[in-house]
Design a protein around this ligand. Structure first.
Ligand SMILES: *[C@@H]1O[C@H](CO)[C@@H](O)[C@H](O)[C@H]1NC(C)=O
Ligand SMILES: *[C@@H]1O[C@H](CO)[C@@H](O)[C@H](O)[C@H]1NC(C)=O
Length: 194
C-alpha cells in the first residue's frame, strides 16, 4: 500500500466515526416525559362533561401503541407514538389560537409555557424517532382534532379533548412501556404484566 492509500483509509475511518458521533440517539428521557405529563395535567380543569358529545369525532386510537414491548423494534414503536403525538400536538399549538374569553380555554399560562418548552426539548431529543414508520391512525386522529378545533362552537372542547388524550398517551407510554425510556438512576419501572 502506498502512503496515500493508507491516508485515504485513515480518513474514511475518521469520517465514519464523526458520523456515528453526530447521529442523534434515538431515545426519550422518561423523567422529562413525566414532567411534561405533570405540567399538562396541572394546567387546567379536568375534561368537562359537556364536551363528551365530541367523543365520536375525537377518540384516541389506543391501537397505535404496540401490545407488547419486549424487544427493541416494539419499543421504538411505543416511543414513536409518544414522540409523534407530541409533534402533532406541537403543530396544532403552532397553527391555531387557543379560544379565550367566554366559553374559551382557561389554562395556566405559565404552566402552558413550561409544558411547551419541555415538549420542544423532547421533540429535539427524539427527532430520530421521526424516521420510524408508524401507523396512519395517528394522523387520521389528529386531522379529526384539527377539524373540531377549526369550528368556533366546538373549538374549546376540541382543545380539552386534545389535552385529555395527550395526557393519556404520555401516561400509557410511561406506565406500560416504562422500560423503553431512558431514566436517571434510581427509577424503577413497575412490572406491567403484558
Ligand atoms: C375521525 O372521525 C370520524 C367521524 O367524524 C370517525 O368515524 C373516525 O373514527 C375518526 N378517526 C379517528 C382516528 O379518530
Ligand atoms: C363530527 O363528526 C360528524 C360526522 O363525521 C360531523 O358531521 C361533524 O361535523 C363533526 N363535528 C365537528 C365539531 O367537527
Amino acid at each position: 500500500m502506498t502512503l496515500s492509500s493508507v491516508l485515504l483509509v485513515l480518513l474514511q475511518v475518521c469520517s465514519l466515526q464523526l458520523m456515528v458521533a453526530a447521529m442523534p440517539k434515538c431515545q426519550l428521557q422518561g423523567d422529562l416525559v413525566m414532567s411534561t405529563h405533570h405540567l399538562l395535567r396541572d394546567l387546567g380543569e379536568e375534561f368537562p362533561v359537556h364536551c363528551r358529545v365530541l367523543n365520536t369525532n375525537i377518540s384516541f386510537p389506543d391501537s397505535a401503541f404496540p401490545a407488547k414491548t419486549t424487544n427493541h423494534p416494539q419499543c421504538r414503536q411505543a416511543l414513536w407514538v409518544v414522540y409523534e403525538s407530541l409533534r402533532e400536538a406541537g403543530q396544532i399549538f403552532g397553527d391555531h389560537e387557543l379560544p379565550v374569553g367566554e366559553g374559551g380555554v382557561t389554562w395556566d399560562n405559565a404552566k402552558l409555557e413550561d409544558f411547551q418548552n419541555l415538549q420542544f426539548r423532547l421533540l429535539e431529543e427524539g427527532s430520530c424517532l421521526s424516521r420510524v414508520s408508524g401507523s396512519g391512525v395517528l394522523s387520521s386522529y389528529f386531522s379529526n382534532v384539527t377539524a373540531v378545533l377549526q369550528q368556533q362552537e366546538s373549538a374549546a372542547c376540541g382543545w380539552m379533548a386534545l389535552r385529555r388524550d395527550l395526557l393519556r398517551v404520555l401516561a400509557t407510554g410511561l406506565q406500560k412501556h416504562c422500560t423503553c425510556f431512558t431514566w436517571r438512576d434510581g427509577h424503577k419501572c413497575r412490572d406491567h404484566a403484558q
